[in-house]
Design a protein around this ligand. Structure first.
Ligand code: CMC
Length: 363
């Protein structure tokens, strides 16, 4: 038995591959270097979903159809006093998505792609007492998300940074949320239930819930000179350093590099948090030194969440929304995997080894 299914191959897929020793992520035959900052999220979705639906999907038609889906989802927003708006942003987004019903497969998929993109900025605004901003279908998906968040014209650099983020996190092998989506899809429960299961799995800090705590860590460290002492104490207290370590990668997560570059490009266009970036670089360098010394046999490197935290903070997302921003990108992967599972897979139903007491046999 493998605790945590370490190294267990659960399925075959044509969608993505994670090479943990080489630090390479391949999505539909292309390495992340060829995708992040190069293709738009709509182009990436066309690649990911090309075998999933009977209809031929290209980036232009997807761009238009997702824009219309954003409008449709916007019309389902609750009133400003709806009780679910008291939930943290990510939980409110999941609760709103839970009201969807399965229907035509492609239309359902488009609504699910639009859901976190529309609900997240709207919930953030409603919680602050601001009116939600209606989608603008003339904009690309990433630019429109920021427009709905800030209610102003978005710079090309801001839109490009979010677009790079969505592409970077769109798919990543058999991660916990994708596996959850595939398990539910394997029962033929439908796309909505598959995506809801994935959203639940994504939330945990060992998976997609880490970037908020990364910012908490930076706040607690406060200044570059405190990094070493603070990190040593956290580890002495048995804490894990958020944004470091990975089940598969034994080298630096390639997504961390893609996001660091996106952040640098964004920071170069204005005064976006230069001090914050310096602090983060000091914390990262100190964490890597300390982890290498404390865990010489287990390489613990920077993962995607460390630079996710800085990028999303710079783009103006509050930290309790980071997981649902992650979902805006990963939902494409979940849908592609759920479709692949129902088209080519069987019911996922493993065994457990019972180690509890047995009935006492009658003498
Ligand atoms: N800080 C300190 N120690 C760590 C860390 C960390 N971030 N990550 C792993 N370790 C230690 C762990 O304590 C264990 O030590 P020991 O063998 O002495 O008990 C050893 O390294 C192996 O840990 P593990 O829990 O068996 O490793 P895993 O493969 O199950 O964990 C992980 C992977 C991502 C859950 C873990 O590295 C972690 O908790 N990281 C912090 C949270 C985080 O950044 N999560 C985002 C992950 S990336 C997003 C995604 O792709 O989902």
């Amino acid at each position: 038995m493998k605790n945590g299914l370490d190294d267990v191959i659960a399925t075959e897929t044509t969608l993505s591959d994670v090479d943990g020793l080489g630090g390479i992520l391949i999505i539909r035959g292309r390495s992340l270097d060829e995708l992040a900052g190069v293709v738009t999220y709509e182009e990436l979705l066309a690649l990911l979903l090309s075998d999933a639906f009977d209809e031929k999907l290209d980036a232009n038609s997807l761009r238009m159809q997702i824009g219309l889906a954003r409008q449709e989802v916007f019309r389902t927003l609750p009133e400003a006093d709806a009780p679910l708006l008291k939930l943290p942003v990510t939980d409110a987004v999941r609760a709103l998505t839970a009201q969807f019903a399965d229907g035509d497969e492609l239309a359902t998929a488009l609504r699910l792609i639009a859901a976190p993109a529309v609900f997240t900025p709207a919930v953030i605004r409603l919680k602050k007492g601001q009116a939600p901003v209606a989608p603008d279908t003339s904009l690309d998906h990433a630019a429109d998300i920021l427009h709905m968040l800030h209610g102003r014209t978005i710079t090309p650099q801001e839109a490009a940074a979010l677009d790079t983020y969505l592409v970077t996190v769109s798919d990543h092998g058999m991660n916990a949320s994708t596996f959850a989506a595939r398990v539910v899809a394997s029962t033929h429960a439908g796309l909505v239930s598959s995506v809801l299961a994935a959203l639940g799995a994504l939330k945990g800090p060992l998976h997609g819930g880490a970037p908020g705590p990364v910012l908490d860590m930076l706040d607690a460290v406060g200044a570059p000179d405190n990094a070493e002492t603070w990190l040593e104490k956290a580890l002495d207290d048995g804490e894990r350093l958020m944004g470091f370590g990975h089940r598969i990668y034994r080298v630096r997560d390639p997504r961390a590099d893609a996001l660091m570059q996106a952040l640098r490009r964004l920071a170069g266009t204005g005064n976006h948090g230069a001090g914050r970036f310096k602090l983060a670089e000091s914390v990262e360098a100190a964490a890597l030194r300390i982890l290498a010394r404390r865990k010489p046999d287990r390489p613990l490197k920077t993962n995607v969440e460390f630079y996710t935290a800085l990028l999303l903070e710079t783009l103006g997302f509050p930290r309790d929304s980071f997981t649902s921003v992650f979902a805006m990108g990963r939902v494409g992967g979940w849908i592609a995997h759920a479709r692949e599972q129902t088209q080519h897979g069987r019911l996922i139903r493993p065994q457990s080894r019972y180690v509890g007491p047995r009935p006492i046999k009658a003498a």
